[in-house]
Design a protein around this ligand. Structure first.
Ligand SMILES: [Zn+2]
Length: 59
């Protein structure tokens, strides 16, 4: 049977166990997930972000 590994940090998914923290700290996938998480938080805490985006789209 194959064991699946993260294609970036090569940690086995059985060790990752669904937790982003279990990827290595320099893992590209982990960094991407953490960036997505930060963006989600900022969108929830700063409603003005949508207004800024709207202004950019009118350019
Ligand atoms: Zn990884």
């Amino acid at each position: 049977m194959y064991k699946y590994r993260c294609s970036y940090c090569k940690v086995e998914t059985t060790d990752i166990n669904g937790l982003i923290e279990n990827h290595k700290k320099d893992c590209t996938y982990r960094k991407e997930q953490e960036e997505t998480f930060k963006k989600t938080i900022s969108q929830k805490s700063h409603i003005d972000v949508n207004q800024i985006r709207g202004a950019d789209e009118t350019d």
